[in-house]
Ligand binder design. Sequence first.
Ligand code: GDP
Ligand code: MG
Length: 393
Amino acid sequence: MSSEPASFVSILTPPGRGAIAVVAASGSAAFDAVDGCFTAANSRSAREQPRDRIAFGHCSSGAHREEVVLIRGSDDVLEVHCHGGAAAVARIVDTMLAAGCRQLPWTEWIARDRKVAIAVDADIALAQATTRRTASILLDQRSGALAQAITDIRSAINRGDVNRGRQLLTTLIERSNVGLHLTAPWQVAIAGRPNVGKSSLINALVGYERAIVFDQPGTTRDVLTAETAIDGWPVRLADAAGLRTTRDELEAEGVKRARRQLASADLVLWVIDAAMIGDAREASQAAEQELHAEARDAAQSIQPLVVLNKIDLLSNEQRAAVGSAGNVLAVSALTGAGLDSLLAAIAHRLVPASPVAGEAVPFTQQQVERLKAALAELDRGDLAAADAYLTWT
Ligand code: GDP
Ligand code: MG
């Protein structure tokens, strides 16, 4: 049995007459075919063209001569953009086939070309992005940031530089926390004793009335949520009301649900009533005690931001004594005092290091799994297996 041909060609534009057709190809036979018929205006061969740049030129086959544009991508891929007529496309594809390429339907091409596959994933993710900030990070990936980072990792691996490969992979995997939240909001649970101002705080943070605010403890029976953006990051605030134990059946169910919400949240805000507290240290201790009493087993893994609410009720001296310190933030849901600092603290806890413009960020579960699998293979010392996880085929 002969081995699979390593060169492929595929028509990426829909069949029928269009202004421009795009033929993509990969592998050495594809480059040979192009060099056999393409004359670039800059007189370089296909392999010598700078990456991701447009090379104007023409293709000649027999009596036909047509203007085409060649783009050499990364990883042995090239695109020929030609006149959209069926005959022009067929001539280019036939040349590729004659040189030994195998033709693939565009769906298969997309699945095997990393750069295109990532761009398609990014398009899908972009449809779910709710803020300009998340969309801009996804656009960077669509333009090739992630594909390029993976190419760089593969080069390091292929030249045997395991440390560099491992370092690049680790950095990329660290960014997946942000990446996976580009399409799904961070979950922030607002918890604390009844009547401390959880519902009021949600309303104040979101900027409109969403939760039920009422003077009587235990008013909110369900976990209410509100979506908002904090510093450009999508956040779902959840009111984990009614954590205190109760005999009321309906509330008991709410308590269970709230506890689950706490355990699975990306961040917990533990709200304390400032009137009950002397200073930030005391607030921190009270929050810790309440958290352990209410969340039980889950408390170990939760590191809440402590929100000291209702500071408007304190005298000036009291307010000065309370202050904000460490993980404690003094606010008033009523007057809005301290909310800016709270929002900044939330953003910093959710995204300690924001990706800079143009930086590679993996943004789907599947991408993250591949990167982790590649890292595991590198740690095992199997470079070929690591590389295979990064070929995206
Ligand atoms: P929850 O039970 O924790 O959800 O508390 P609520 O948001 O329902 O608030 C309970 C009561 O405290 C309501 O009467 C609110 O108006 C009041 N409250 C909430 N936040 C503040 C605040 O910052 N300052 C003052 N003075 N009252 C507040
Ligand atoms: Mg409430």
